[in-house]
Design a protein around this ligand. Structure first.
Ligand code: CMP
Length: 592
């Protein structure tokens, strides 16, 4: 991320109103996750402070179209922490959007493979189609992720304009957008959320406000049809990650989705030759049936990804978010969109929309991502060194396998790999953990003297549960939370109902019935106390856990996350007060 550049003189003196007021107009260019989440957060926050905004989102594509027409050229993984954060924001991805709930990563190397389970053994990573699915898909059984988010923004009150912006200028100091379809609209604030694979990002550069687009690298993404049965048998509910000693290849993954597998390759100068060597590697071939041959025609693209943030991603009445601003290196593109969208929306609502406001309140968030990316480059360098030495690869595999098999073992290597692959923690956090003497000692031991056998098909476990949907299914008779027990997470209901009961002097009192989108277990989380009640399913219920540490850490970064919880707790208190008043007055009546 580069610092702010000098502001052109006419920009400084002409901007008439640099705060959002009741009736202000906002134009969002791009309806991908960054644009939709920005719009959603902006409208939620505006409602909270009691102002009404007119927000237009410009997006010419229909994301429900299969193939390139609706595609956003992306691997389509919503990371573990992102799934949890969205659910605490009240955004619960429905099973129609989740192509597959991912509960584990399988790391493949020439020395063997190991499966790393999510710490809670539940599906907390979502594999999604950003668009309507790959070229050639016949039935649209699923909903596009981008379309789902765009609808959320529209439901909050935004107007969707299906037109392409092809001109930006200033009129009376205010930004003005012109579209291919002949519209021209003035705004108080315009938001660039066009990614890095669009020519519109060049238009922002020519505005003369100091914006320079991010530096990018080419990646490769393709999709093969395999069918549900083959996917279930060979890839299961895992994302498959490869650390292979192939020149120019930094990272490669296979992601099962619906009837297809998505192949993602990241590295330097990825071309058809590298793609072929990857697909012919024995570690990759074992993830496909023995006689499977690559089809001649398949959906593929070489999208650009952001590897160095934009220069000065803001100006008076303008801000650039998502990939057009800064994103996390090699992973969690949707997480980067969420973070930049939320901070930009908060700045616009609570501080102002001048260049100085964005520099003071938005730029630090971009810089934090860029700094972490610099550490990420180091993490990938270390990974490459390990990749190039067989004894180091063996050590890594042994240490992970041992941790995964021994009940109660400290999962040091597993958690480092898990967080690196899933994007659940910052690169800084991951890097610091690898410097811990206990971690280093264990790794050195496994590299040089470890005798733990590496088993062949240790990684595979067939999953009999439904493949779509997130969380874990509880059935009647089971208990999700038990009164008096210590708890370290809270829960968000994805589908179904639960009852909350409190035991008192041998009797059970029913406190509440909760349904889809409600959460519970937050009391023990905030108070560091035991569970205040028992929660059990009423019929089958699908529940997603939110980790205490992750959640409390995020609340410190972004206190507005606590707002939803406060709102619900205040509603519960209101209901309890009403009930208490009713009971007390009944008792007084009967005594009187
Ligand atoms: P916790 O104490 O962690 O675990 C039990 C959960 O039950 C508690 O958090 C709340 O989420 C939920 N709970 C307790 N009392 C009520 C209530 N009166 N209404 C709804 N939910 C409740």
């Amino acid at each position: 991320m580069s610092g702010p550049g000098p502001q052109p003189k006419e920009m400084q003196k002409t901007a008439p109103q640099l705060t959002l007021e009741d009736g202000s107009r906002v134009g969002v260019i791009g309806g991908g996750p960054a644009g939709s989440l920005f719009t959603y957060f902006l409208l939620v926050m505006a409602e909270r402070i009691g102002i009404s905004l007119a927000v237009d989102v410009y997006e010419p594509r229909d994301f429900n179209q299969p193939g390139p027409a609706g595609c956003n050229m992306c691997g389509g993984i919503v990371s573990e922490s992102m799934v949890q954060l969205l659910s605490t924001e009240g955004i619960n991805l429905p099973p129609s959007v989740v192509q597959r709930g991912i509960d584990s990563y399988v790391l493949h190397m020439d020395v063997g493979s190991v499966r790393i389970d999510t710490p809670r053994r539940e599906k907390r990573i979502a594999a999604v189609y950003r668009g309507g699915g790959p070229r050639g898909i016949t039935k649209l059984n699923y909903e596009s992720f981008d379309d789902y988010l765009l609808k959320l923004a529209a439901d909050k009150g935004a107007t969707l304009i299906r037109d392409r912006v092809d001109g930006i200028e200033r009129s009376n100091g205010r930004p003005l957008l012109r579209t291919k379809g002949g519209l021209s609209n003035e705004y108080d604030l315009i938001v660039g959320a066009v990614g890095v694979n669009s020519t519109t990002v060049k238009m922002f550069e020519s505005l003369g406000v100091g914006y320079r687009q991010p530096k990018t690298a080419r990646t490769f993404i393709c999709e093969f049809y395999l069918g549900k049965e083959i996917l279930r048998a060979y890839l299961g509910t895992s994302m498959h990650v490869f650390l292979l000693n192939l020149p120019r290849l930094e990272f490669a993954a296979l992601i099962p989705k619906g009837d297809y597998v998505t192949v993602v390759l990241l590295g330097h100068g990825i071309d058809a030759e590298l793609v072929e060597s990857f697909l012919n590697a024995p570690e990759v071939k074992k993830c496909f049936p023995p006689r499977w041959r690559m089809p001649k025609e398949y959906c593929r693209c070489y999208p650009a990804i952001n590897v160095l943030g934009a220069h000065k991603p803001y100006a008076d009445g303008m801000v650039f978010i998502g990939d057009s601003g800064v994103s996390r290196l090699y992973k969690d593109g949707i997480g980067g969109s969420y973070r930049t969208a939320k901070v930009a929306a908060k700045t616009a609502i609570f501080h102002g929309i001048s260049a100085e406001d964005f520099q003071k309140y938005y730029l630090p968030a971009c810089r934090a991502i860029s700094t972490d990316n610099a550490i990420g480059k180091m993490v990938f360098l270390v990974t490459r060194v390990i990749q190039s030495m067989k004894f180091a690869r063996r050590g890594l595999l042994r240490m992970t396998s041992r941790e995964q098999q021994a009940a109660g073992a400290r999962r040091q290597m597993s958690s480092v790999l898990w967080d690196t692959f899933t994007g659940s923690a910052s690169y800084r956090d991951v890097f610091l953990r690898t410097l811990h003497p206990v971690f280093l000692g264990r790794f050195l031991y496994e590299m040089f003297v470890g005798l733990f056998p590496i088993e062949k098909r240790l990684w595979f476990r067939e999953d009999k549960m439904a493949l779509g949907g997130l969380g874990k299914v509880y059935r009647p008779g089971e208990v999700i939370v038990r009164q008096g027990e210590v708890g370290d997470c809270m829960y968000v209901i994805q589908s179904g109902k639960v009852e909350v009961v409190r035991e008192h002097e041998g009797k059970e009192i029913r406190l509440a019935e909760l349904g889809e989108g409600d959460f519970f277990g937050e009391m023990a989380l905030f108070e560091k106390d035991v569970r205040s009640a028992t929660v059990r399913p009423l019929g089958d219920v699908r529940v997603l856990t939110v980790d205490r540490k992750m959640f409390l850490r995020k609340i410190h970064d972004d206190p507005s996350l606590a707002f939803m919880i406060m709102q619900r707790m205040s509603r519960r208190l209101r209901e309890l007060n009403a009930e208490l008043t009713r009971l007390t007055s009944e008792r007084m009546d009967s005594v009187g």
